[in-house]
Design a protein around this ligand. Structure first.
Ligand SMILES: [Zn+2]
Length: 95
């Protein structure tokens, strides 16, 4: 019986994709910062804000990291793409 229990525990502690057990313990809700600020439209000129949603290489971060809601994540994506066109944000950064 105890063996079975052990196995279950091992499975629970293993993270998918070989990740390490990091923070994600208790339930800390991510909230969409645009919903909090009651922002309806995301301005493509607001690079200070948009800069938080791209990686250091200039890639747009996925929602699971940003914590944005679907509507705002879409707005952010569009805004970042627009600001790339007018060269406010980079497509990629050379390292
Ligand atoms: Zn939102």
């Amino acid at each position: 019986m105890s063996e079975q229990r052990e196995q279950r525990e091992v499975r629970e502690h293993r993270e998918p994709r070989g990740g390490f057990n990091k923070k994600r313990r208790g339930k800390r809700r991510k909230v969409c910062s645009f919903c909090v600020d009651k922002v309806k439209t995301v301005d493509y000129k607001d690079i200070n804000r948009l800069g938080r949603y791209v990686s250091e290489r200039g890639k747009i971060l996925p929602r699971r990291i940003t914590g944005n809601c679907a509507a705002h994540q879409r707005a952010v994506t569009v805004a970042i793409k627009n600001s790339r066109v007018v060269a406010l944000m980079p497509y990629t950064t050379e390292i």
